[in-house]
Design a protein around this ligand. Structure first.
Ligand code: DAH
Length: 334
């Protein structure tokens, strides 16, 4: 052991450590100065001396840092033992990491899938006009379809949107006539709540408009989105259905992602699950957004993100999703 190492070993306090650092390892310390002196040696000795110098410096630095860590640990332990305000027997506070809400998680997944197919992802307003929510999607004031979607009206005459379809008009006007977009979002309805009804829930709407867009395109897109969400091949089945903004309109079923269509308790042994509605966009909707239906056609679809999340995460009461109940949210495996 050389003299420097001996000196280091005898150190007892952090102040002495600082002094040692200043004397040997700092910019003006002896070891650093030695390095500067190497350049005065004859060239033949310089390489060998440089090597030895580096080894010495590294060895001393490593001992220095080891000693510093152990002195610090000792000081902390002393403090913990002697400080009357610190009780080391109290159990540690468990920190839990936050996570995305299941709906947010699913929405982002759908957005990712659709943008990979070239769809815009549009974030629309929750407050919309009566025109956007109803008239622009072919539901005039006297249409009975309005009765099924009562909502919360604001004093300024606007309303909380009852369906993501309310954004169709704005998107067509802004991005049309050739556009592919999805628009997930929160909807509201004036409903009595129970395990499967909430006054507020999430839907995801989608639209593809252009020249020569057909039902075959619709089926392909639906099949791709659903198969990717569930991570397995999903078959799509269209049944005739009425929605004022599409013609023809369909109810959209997917083969049950849980049993693959064989029948299980989730699909009530039918092999199919009802997922939403879809169809070819009604010419009135296109016309109202200044899109010429002679030249352009398109499909639209809408499905319940909340319903999908309930299915995927086996949630049996929709109200839990709005509850802010952390116990419940932590229990969900995303
Ligand atoms: N807006 C409909 C609802 O809330 C869902 C829907 C059906 C959307 C058919 C569509 C569609 O785009 O084509 O019940």
């Amino acid at each position: 052991m050389n003299d420097i190492e001996k000196e280091l070993e005898q150190i007892q306090t952090e102040a002495e450590m600082a002094e040692f650092h200043k004397n040997y390892l700092s910019k003006t310390g002896k070891l650093t100065m030695m390095m500067a002196g190497l350049k005065d040696l004859p060239a033949s000795e310089r390489a060998e001396a440089g090597k030895r110098y580096n080894e010495l410096k590294r060895a001393i630095e490593s001992q220095f840092f080891k000693k510093q860590a152990s002195l610090r640990a000792k000081a902390v332990n002393e403090k913990l033992k002697n400080d009357p305000l610190i009780d080391i027997t109290i159990p540690a506070i468990k920190k839990t990491q936050g996570s995305l809400h299941p709906i947010t998680h699913l929405t982002r997944r759908v957005a990712e899938i659709c943008s990979s197919m070239g769809f815009l992802v549009v974030d629309g307003n929750e407050v919309v006009t009566e025109f956007e929510n109803f008239d622009a999607v072919n539901i005039p004031a006297d249409h009975p379809a309005r009765d099924m979607q009562d909502t919360f009206w604001l004093t300024n005459g606007k309303l909380l949107k009852t369906q993501t379809s309310a954004l169709q008009h704005e998107i067509l006007k802004k991005h049309g006539p050739v556009v592919s977009a999805i628009f997930p979002g929160r909807c509201y309805r004036n409903e009595a709540t129970d395990a499967s009804h909430e006054f507020s829930f999430f839907q995801c709407e989608g639209m593809m408009v252009g020249e020569n867009i057909s039902i075959a395109n619709l089926i392909y897109v639906m099949k791709t989105i659903l198969s990717q969400i569930f991570g397995r091949e999903i078959e799509v089945r269209l049944r005739p259905g009425f929605f004022p903004f599409v013609e023809p309109g369909f109810e959209l079923d997917g083969s049950c992602p849980f049993c693959g269509g064989k029948g299980c308790s989730v699909c009530k042994h039918s092999g199919w699950i009802e997922l939403g509605g879809c169809g070819m966009i009604h010419e009135n909707v296109l016309k109202m957004a200044d899109v010429n239906p002679e030249q352009y056609q398109g499909f639209a679809f809408g499905f319940g993100l909340t319903r999908l999340a309930m299915m995927q995460y086996a949630i049996n009461d929709v109200r839990l999703l709005n509850s802010g109940n952390l116990e419940f949210l932590r229990g969900i495996k995303r």
